[in-house]
Write a protein of this length. Structure first.
Length: 370
């Protein structure tokens, strides 16, 4: 068996209607090879690729629209039939890319898309690899190729490495999330998350006290943190300078990520599982008592979680009691010095609080207002 390079146009390529990607999709039925070239069979295969969210065809289309078709991984085909002077090829590897190319050309010719000439040129004619040999040789090669690509798989970069590339593309070239997303082939929202998380980790790296503990493996914790609105709000994460501006919250978060010494014994960081624990933080950081437990070096993360769960109200009465408890706890926090010399803002808030309490007292029964 051998392989040969061929130049083709998308019209010569037939999607594989028995693509392994389709086997677990509702409505999939195996198609006899003799019917591969039928218009209905090809349309059904294309529809599978377009309609299945997991295939994310739109992201690939956006990347091609931005960069042109870059065949760094060439589409692999085998000859199917010859029709007149044009040979048809079945796609063995690259059905998703083929579908993206076909739909882009169709949209351009139909007027719903205006591709730049230089982009269109890369789509209209490109190089593929054809496998040539006996039926048995080609079948064996196809299965080996599938195993290498989709079972053993190409080793993708880790989240930290991906984020560093995003930062470089944003800072040095694009200056906007949308263009970076189009070039990479992911959503602008995901680009933004990677950028924020990478910058948040950089901030820890520059911290005088905690910089020595900052390392690439912590990236996933920052990715989860900037993805959780309540945690992001607690940190006062700014989208102007891409940094956490609440110094106290930032210090607590860094401590959770750093090993610490207790009674001469080095203890592991409290945060060990980014996907689970950082998501649990959102229920802790909005409650004074659980947050205080979280910051206590002698208390565990689980202690804070249990305290937060104990404070979670189950009904409207519980919500009122919960909020009153938070208010009472907050009033008990300041030192006597703070109460004796409040600033103007504190005085104003206190007056507003007293006013609210007086209004509530008027509607409460006498035995409960005294």
């Amino acid at each position: 068996m051998q392989i040969e390079s061929r130049h083709v146009n998308p019209g010569q390529l037939l999607l594989d209607p028995n693509n392994y990607r389709f086997h677990d999709l509702p409505g999939y039925r195996r198609v006899n090879r003799t019917r591969y070239a039928e218009a209905g069979v090809q349309e059904r295969a294309l529809q599978f690729l377009k309609d299945t969210a997991a295939f994310d065809l739109n992201a690939l289309r956006d990347s091609i629209i931005s960069n042109g078709f870059v065949p760094f991984e060439q589409i692999v085909v085998e000859t199917y039939i010859s029709e007149g002077n044009e040979t048809k090829y079945v796609v063995i590897e690259g059905n998703r890319r083929t579908a993206a190319l076909k739909t882009l050309l169709s949209d351009d010719s139909g007027g719903s898309l205006d591709l730049k000439k230089e982009i269109l040129t890369t789509i209209q004619n490109f190089s593929v690899i054809e496998i040539v040999g006996t039926d048995a040789e080609r079948s064996n090669y196809q299965k080996t190729l599938m195993a290498i690509r989709h079972v053993a798989g190409i080793r993708e970069w880790g989240p930290y490495q991906q984020a560093r590339l995003v930062v470089e593309m944003y800072d040095n070239e694009e200056g906007a999330f949308g263009p970076v997303a189009q070039r990479i082939g992911i959503t602008a929202r995901e680009v933004a998350r990677r950028y924020r998380a990478s910058k948040a980790l950089e901030q820890m790296e520059k911290d005088d006290e905690f910089g020595e503990y900052a390392e690439p493996r912590l990236y996933t914790f920052f990715h989860e943190a900037v993805s959780q609105p309540k945690v992001r709000e607690w940190l006062s994460f700014s989208d102007q300078n891409y940094a956490a501006e609440n110094a106290e919250a930032r210090r607590i978060f860094y401590e959770l990520l750093s090993s610490r010494e207790i009674d001469g014994v080095r203890a592991a960081p409290k945060l060990q599982n980014a996907s689970q624990q950082v998501r649990q933080l959102k229920d802790i950081v909005t409650k004074p008592v659980p947050l205080k437990i979280l910051a206590d070096p002698e208390k565990s993360f689980e202690d804070a979680v249990r305290a937060a769960e104990a404070e979670t109200p189950q009904d409207e009465t519980g919500v009122l009691e919960h909020n009153l408890g938070i208010a009472l706890q907050a009033l008990r926090q300041p030192s006597i010095d703070a109460w004796l010399s409040p600033d103007d803002r504190a005085r104003q808030i206190w007056k507003e609080l007293v006013g609210v309490v007086d209004k509530i007292r008027k509607f409460m029964p006498d035995d409960e207002s005294t």
